[in-house]
Design a binder for this molecule. Structure first.
Ligand SMILES: *Cc1c(COP(=O)(O)O)cnc(C)c1O
Ligand code: SF4
Length: 364
């Protein structure tokens, strides 16, 4: 905790409602904690009407005030590069609005759906794919939409997996989450529910014993976290993960590959190790989507593959996320791999080892 928060009582600091009430929402408020660069000040003004600024005191306390390239800072504080919209960028890069059988529910695959529960988040990530609607409270789904979406799921027996997304579903009150999970649990064909949340990263105080008691009632519950950097894996985050694991949640992490934040094998290995120590399995590393004003974060696909290739063998298979591109226009997610098949013949294959040797494996 930086000295500027030193006057906050430990009980306030540990209270997620206090953290939300005291979010830093303007350049002036941020400036109290982190001296802003001229560019960041300008960016706060330029981006104000496009994508809200919001940083919990907890997440702000992870920023190194002396380092303009701090990976936490880059995810939370805008730079003027956000004002640049590349011709390939789109407000809705994955065409999520098009593939909605009912409002607030995207169905792209046969057996699973994504349900938008709220458009509020504890921290507004500058790289957010859904910036078009996240942080716009006016666009949040009304309760009738959620009920209609759950009715739709109940009428479609082929749906076996429901992903609660948003915004951040943990921005909802406990009783709303309990009701939602209860309604889904009552649908016999829904086998699993996933909750996609950044709260363990941005507001770990939200993972209260009371919330975990609710989660405990609805197995199997998968918690999809969003840690992008080792420095986000704090003792508070670890305590949240312990509570979730003890409540029976299965945890997997979906990181985004971000230039200047985590685009090196060393940063990815450190992140994976820190996650595994918290019982969170690195699951995916996403290529940064083509949402508007994010080009400064995007790495080349070639770089993503190089990073994965450099990780292989240097650390365990458990540490390896899959590199995923969510294709533009709603064509769905595909993995891209460094490729270890060098040659394929009728009676043998040539495979590349992690050390670069070519090894012949007979075809049976
Ligand atoms: C990512 C996504 C899913 C889940 O895909 P998995 O590969 O099962 O993780 C489902 N629906 C939509 C619309 C998605 O974008
Ligand atoms: S938590 Fe998720 S939905 Fe919210 S701003 Fe960050 S990336 Fe976007």
């Amino acid at each position: 905790m930086t000295h500027l928060f030193a006057h906050v009582s430990p009980s306030d600091w540990a209270d997620w409602r206090w953290q939300l009430r005291h979010r830093l929402r303007t350049a002036d408020a941020l400036e109290q904690i982190v001296p802003l660069t001229d560019d960041e000040r300008r960016a706060c003004a330029i981006t104000a009407d496009r994508f809200r600024l919001g940083v919990t005191p907890y997440y702000a306390s992870l920023i190194d005030p002396d380092d303009p390239a701090c990976p936490i800072r880059r995810q939370a504080i805008p730079t003027s590069a956000e004002a640049l919209i590349h011709p390939d960028e789109r407000a809705d890069p994955l065409s999520e609005e098009r593939d909605m059988p009912v409002p607030g529910l995207t169905r792209r695959y046969p057996d699973r759906v994504l349900l938008y529960t709220t458009h509020t988040c504890a921290v507004y990530c500058r790289h957010c794919t859904r910036r078009r609607k996240v942080s716009d409270p006016g666009s949040a789904p009304p309760r009738q939409h959620l009920d209609a979406a759950i009715d739709w799921i109940a009428e479609h027996p082929e749906i076996r997996d429901v992903i609660l997304s948003g915004g951040d579903p943990l921005s909802l009150p406990d009783r709303t989450l309990d009701r939602l999970l209860g309604r889904l649990a009552a649908i016999p064909h829904v086998q699993i529910v996933r909750i996609g949340t950044r709260n363990p990263t941005s507001l770990p105080q939200r993972i209260t014993p009371e919330l975990c008691e609710i989660f405990r009632k609805y197995p199997p519950l998968y918690l999809m976290t969003h840690f992008n950097h080792e420095r986000e894996c704090t003792p508070q985050a670890a305590q949240a993960a312990t509570r979730l694991a003890e409540a029976g949640c299965v945890m997997a992490n979906q990181a985004v590959l971000l230039r200047g934040v985590n685009d090196s094998p060393e940063a990815q290995i450190a992140l994976s190790h820190a996650l595994l120590a918290m019982r969170i399995r690195p699951y995916r590393l996403y290529q940064c989507d083509l949402s508007e004003g994010t080009s400064h974060f995007r790495t080349s696909l070639r770089r993503g593959i190089e990073i994965l290739d450099a990780m292989r063998g240097r650390t365990s298979g458990l540490s390896m996320p899959e590199l995923i591109v969510d294709l533009p226009d709603g064509h769905g997610k595909v993995p891209i791999h460094p490729g270890h098949v060098v040659e394929r013949a009728a009676d043998h294959w040539v495979l590349r080892s992690y050390q670069g040797e070519r090894v012949v494996v007979p075809e049976v």
